[in-house]
Design a protein around this ligand. Structure first.
Ligand code: PEP
Ligand code: CO
Length: 453
């Protein structure tokens, strides 16, 4: 028995099954589900415990005010939109954002994607009524299909295996891109895609990339052998998703041979959504026992005492970097709701990373019927978050955003303004509206300015 086992007496990878589990699909064929989970248990882990520990360490530095977390990617990954180019473009925009943040602020950026496993969605309603039919809600490609037919919406466990295999392929490509030359700082110009390069933020990015080139030439002129500096040629990029479908997470949980501790090897970081953070619920029980760094979404209904109890439960050893709290209040409420939570967690002495998700509290349905968010609301919630942190003398540790590298029209606003009538042009998301690459870059420049102050 390892030290952490003793701390969490009674925990096993299956102990969540004795607790109420919110947001689980109603699998019509439990035997088929068990067969799939058995098969998954025999599959190789997607990530390694040592990598998860490295991320905890990096996030520990963020908690201490010595780094910044950039957590970004799809709301939901999709089977149908799976392609090497889409993965490359998403990575590219995240690399661009991190370069903007690092170069403008001098603060190291920890990069975590909502990628290689983000296939399951919590829903506000278990069913959807449309066209005179009442069908199960779409819960992500890991569970059922978006099409509104009884067959498509029937939860199908074989999708869990497909999600696993797509995650493995995605991660394989990400590892190649980040370690095999694509992420080399010498290619900083090449990350600017054409449709971005011609925009105002694209030109601003180009100017910054030229400065970086000049700095690299300067260092070379000083006699530094740039080829020998691994950090200039490779990037550490971590994966994450909401740990929602607990059978999947359990099946990929393995004991680390080095420490004897349990890790959920489906991703480096797992987070608990705003709808599944009940103290006595299955999600908290499951994640309390794995060694990965964890996130918790903190929405408007969060009670300060409950939040502290949650921190105690998920991080009893108060390890810096173990826990990231992601505030998602909505722009109109962040100034009222966040400060008491910042204060309570600080008073309790928990060394958390405070990050801001400025997306999920600002979703609304446009007159055209599309679910959207306005870029101005996103920026405005970020300002409220930075303001609250500054007033409390707490380090604003990161941002959590939904984005894509593609030229979509899902969120309104931005410098090249997306208007209501544009939404239908390229609205491609499986679930929530994402920032396009231009809006994402614009956000990075604005966050860099907030951070510098
Ligand atoms: C999400 O991040 O996609 C999500 C559903 O967020 P939340 O749990 O904060 O609503
Ligand atoms: Co979302």
């Amino acid at each position: 028995m390892s030290a952490t086992d003793e701390l969490r007496a009674g925990w096993t990878p299956a102990s969540w099954r004795d607790r109420p589990a919110a947001q689980q699909p109603d699998w019509p064929d439990p035997v088929a589900l068990e067969a799939v989970l058995d098969e998954l248990e025999r599959m190789p882990p997607l990530v390694f415990a040592g990598e998860a520990r490295d991320l905890t360490e990096s996030l520990g530095r963020v908690a201490a005010g010595e780094g910044f977390l950039l957590h970004a990617g799809d709301c939901a990954e999709s089977f149908q939109a799976f392609s090497a180019n889409a993965i490359r473009d998403k990575l590219r925009v995240i690399l661009q954002m991190s370069v903007v943040l690092m170069y403008s602020t001098g603060v190291p950026v920890v990069k975590v994607g909502r990628i290689a496993g983000q296939f399951a969605k919590p829903r506000s309603s278990a069913t959807e009524a449309r066209e005179g039919m009442d069908l199960p809600s779409f819960r992500g490609d890991m569970v059922n299909d978006l099409a509104f037919t009884p067959e498509a919406r029937r939860p199908d466990p074989s999708r869990i295996l497909r999600a696993y295999h797509q995650s493995a392929a995605t991660l394989n490509l990400l590892r190649a891109f980040t370690k095999g030359g694509f992420a080399d700082l010498a290619r900083v110009h090449a990350w600017n895609q054409e449709f971005v390069g011609t925009s105002r933020e694209g030109r601003r990015y180009d100017a910054l990339a030229r400065d970086i080139d000049r700095a690299l030439r300067f260092m070379a002129a000083c006699g530094i052998i740039l080829d020998d500096e691994l950090q200039l040629h490779q990037v550490d990029f971590y994966t994450s998703h909401e740990a929602l479908i607990l059978g999947y997470e359990q099946a990929l949980t393995r004991r680390d041979s080095l420490t004897g501790d349990w890790y959920d090897c489906s991703a480096h970081l797992l987070w608990i959504g705003d709808r599944t953070r009940q103290l006595d619920g299955a999600h908290v029980e499951f994640l309390s026992g794995v060694g990965n760094p964890l996130g918790v979404k903190v929405g408007p209904t969060t009670d300060a005492d409950d939040l502290v109890a949650l921190c105690d439960r998920l991080n009893p050893t108060r390890t810096p970097g173990r826990l990231t709290l992601v505030s998602r209040m909505g722009t109109s409420r962040v100034d009222d709701l966040l400060p008491p939570l910042l204060e309570a967690v600080r008073r309790a002495g928990h060394p958390v990373v405070w990050a801001c998700d400025p997306m999920h509290g600002n979703t609304f349905t446009h007159a055209s019927g599309y679910k959207t968010r306005h870029f101005d609301d996103v920026i405005s919630e970020l300002r409220g978050f930075f303001r609250s942190c500054e007033a409390a003398d707490i380090w604003p540790g990161g941002v959590h955003v939904e984005l894509t590298g593609e030229d979509v029209t899902e969120c309104l606003g931005g410098a090249e303004e997306v208007l209501g009538e544009h939404l239908e042009e390229r609205y491609e998301t499986m679930c929530d509206p994402r920032l396009n690459a231009r809006q994402s870059l614009d956000l990075a420049f604005q966050v860099a300015e907030m951070l510098r102050r």
